[in-house]
Design a protein around this ligand. Structure first.
Ligand code: SME
Length: 157
């Protein structure tokens, strides 16, 4: 049985506490979907984000994977929306105000800001981590830094 996660303090402090706990609960012998599911739950628990989840690369589009939050759109084409753009540009994208991002795909009108982090397996992007906040300008380079570390924990040998 896994123990309950514990996090407290400011954002940077929370991520510092969370990363080793996530490392402990991941299992690289399990299906990667299992690890994505636990990462989504851990991030939702630690930060109470409005929506946390993964979209997985399937051919020329992203397909909804494990997530925590409201129901969401199922498929996102390559280069479309924030998720498809992060995939195409192969980099993390921080969107302070989703209403100002051309082509943003609104799964919920409550979403105000967003961060999307590509998940690399070696050189190949296999998924993106998408986090939505119901607060404007909720993400910064601290989030990008730690979320990239967390996504790198999904690498399979
Ligand atoms: N806003 C995303 C779509 C996914 S939902 O936010 C869960 C985008 O523009 O790609």
């Amino acid at each position: 049985m896994t123990e309950k996660l514990t996090v407290s303090g400011a954002k940077d402090e929370r991520y510092k506490q969370l990363v080793p706990q996530i490392k402990n609960l991941l299992d690289d012998k399990a299906d990667i979907i299992s690890d994505m599911a636990n990462i989504s739950a851990a991030l939702k628990f630690a930060f109470k984000f409005f929506w946390v989840g993964f979209y997985r690369v399937k051919g020329k589009e992203l397909c909804l994977g494990p997530f925590q939050g409201d129901i969401a759109c199922t498929r996102i084409p390559y280069g479309k929306g924030v998720c498809g753009t992060a995939w195409a540009h192969r980099q993390t994208i921080i969107v302070p105000d989703v209403n100002r991002f051309p082509g943003h795909i609104a799964c919920s009108s409550e979403s105000q800001s967003e961060i999307v982090v590509p998940v690399f397996n070696k050189d190949e992007i296999i998924a993106v981590l998408d986090i939505d906040s119901n607060v404007l300008n909720d993400f910064d380079t601290t989030d990008a830094h730690y979320l990239e570390i967390i996504c790198s924990l999904l690498t399979r040998s």
